[in-house]
Design a protein around this ligand. Structure first.
Ligand SMILES: Cc1cc2nc3c(=O)[nH]c(=O)nc-3n(C[C@H](O)[C@H](O)[C@H](O)COP(=O)(O)OP(=O)(O)OC[C@H]3O[C@@H](n4cnc5c(N)ncnc54)[C@H](O)[C@@H]3O)c2cc1C
Length: 334
């Protein structure tokens, strides 16, 4: 048995106060689909759990705004994935949610918890005796010489090549989303792109959040690019699997020419990754199979494969190219 304390917070300020009082071993609890999983594996061993499920201020979402879409951190993936405005105007956001996990998990899982899910690296989740710098700093990285078919091609380091596994953050990254967080000294806003940290020599530090900070909401600037957008996810089976490669693309065309484009890639990197270099290759150009492929190559530029995952470079290139063609079809229909 590993004893821990349990506190049900009534307000966001209470939750942050309880977290600060409990110290670094404490964890917020939302849907529990990541946290309980890792507790059962002995990877997370919290000394205190602060349950945030009663915080009405974090619940709900509003996609009707003309300036921005607002998603409470406790909004459930399944509720947001059924939203009609998203279906019409931001299909990439919606698809990134309904292609994730399973219906049962999406009913429980919150958007805030989704952003902070941990890697699926088998050496991280496997516990002792596997070396994992993320789980046990200084122990090494068993994945580098081990089973690394699903590991990162981009953003890895000597210390860690674990992939960021989520889908929602990839789509958010393409839409310049921001995250509002509350800490003991007040509220601050972090661009989604700045929320995640590459592993470097400290892979155990995954985000820019202080351990006491609570995600309140996610905000997405409204944009006409949303309408011709897609989240394209390639995996070992059609459902209930994490991405081997994914791409979120949003597009605005002027006849056959690309006026504006957003591209982010997932499943291949240690963090959600906006592919600005790929975007630059396309703006002002016609969108053809050739230019789409060139954008895919730019998105995967600098990929550093391990022994078993070289095939995912080409897979990543094609995933970006295919996503662009899907978005182009949607642009043509508008
Ligand atoms: C079998 C399986 C398959 C899955 N497949 C996919 C998939 O294909 N794609 C995908 O994207 N995801 C997938 N997931 C991950 C799933 O989407 C996440 O587990 C879920 O979204 C986490 O949300 P939660 O509310 O359950 O978080 P919790 O488990 O409650 O919390 C997760 C982490 O976030 C912290 N946290 C939660 N809320 C906040 C907050 N508001 N502020 C600060 N910290 C917070 C917790 O302390 C914890 O560390 C899968 C999960 C499982 C178990």
């Amino acid at each position: 048995m590993r004893p821990f304390t349990y506190t049900k917070a009534a307000t966001a300020a209470d939750a942050v106060g309880a977290m600060a009082a409990a110290g670094p071993g404490a964890r917020f609890l939302a849907g529990g689909t990541t946290l309980y999983d890792l507790i059962k594996l002995n990877v997370e061993t919290p000394s205190a759990i602060i349950d945030i499920n009663s915080l009405a201020e974090l619940d709900g979402f509003d996609t009707s705004g003309s300036n921005e879409l607002v998603f409470g951190a406790l909004a459930r993936m399944s509720d947001v994935a059924a939203d009609e405005r998203l279906m019409r105007d931001y299909p990439a956001l919606l698809e990134s949610l309904w292609m994730a996990a399973s219906p049962q998990l999406r009913n429980m899982a919150s958007l805030g918890g989704n952003l902070l899910q941990r890697t699926r690296c088998g050496y991280f989740r496997g516990g002792e005796p596997f070396a994992c710098n993320k789980r046990k700093p200084g122990s090494g990285c068993a994945a580098r010489e081990g089973i690394n078919r699903g590991h990162a091609l981009l953003g890895g380091s000597e210390s860690c090549i674990a992939v960021y596994p989520g889908d929602w953050a990839i789509a958010l990254s393409a839409f310049d989303a921001k995250v509002d967080v509350l800490g003991p000294t007040g509220e601050r806003t972090i661009a989604l792109e700045d929320l995640y940290r590459e592993p470097g020599t400290t892979p155990q530090i995954e985000t820019a959040l202080d351990s006491t900070e609570l995600i309140l909401r996610i905000r997405v600037p409204a944009t006409p690019l949303g309408r011709a957008s897609t989240y394209h996810k390639i995996r070992d089976r059609e459902s209930f699997a994490f991405a081997l490669a994914s791409a979120a693309v949003a597009l605005q065309m002027d006849a056959d020419m690309v006026r504006d484009v957003r591209i982010a890639v997932g499943g291949v990197a240690t963090t959600p990754r906006r592919a600005r270099r790929a975007e630059e290759t396309l703006v002002g150009q016609p969108l053809t199979a050739r230019t789409a492929r060139a954008a895919g190559e730019a998105a995967l530029h600098g990929a550093m494969p391990s022994a078993a995952n070289r095939f995912r470079i080409e897979l990543g290139v094609r995933t970006v190219a295919d996503a662009l063609m899907i978005a182009r079809q949607r642009a043509c229909r508008r």
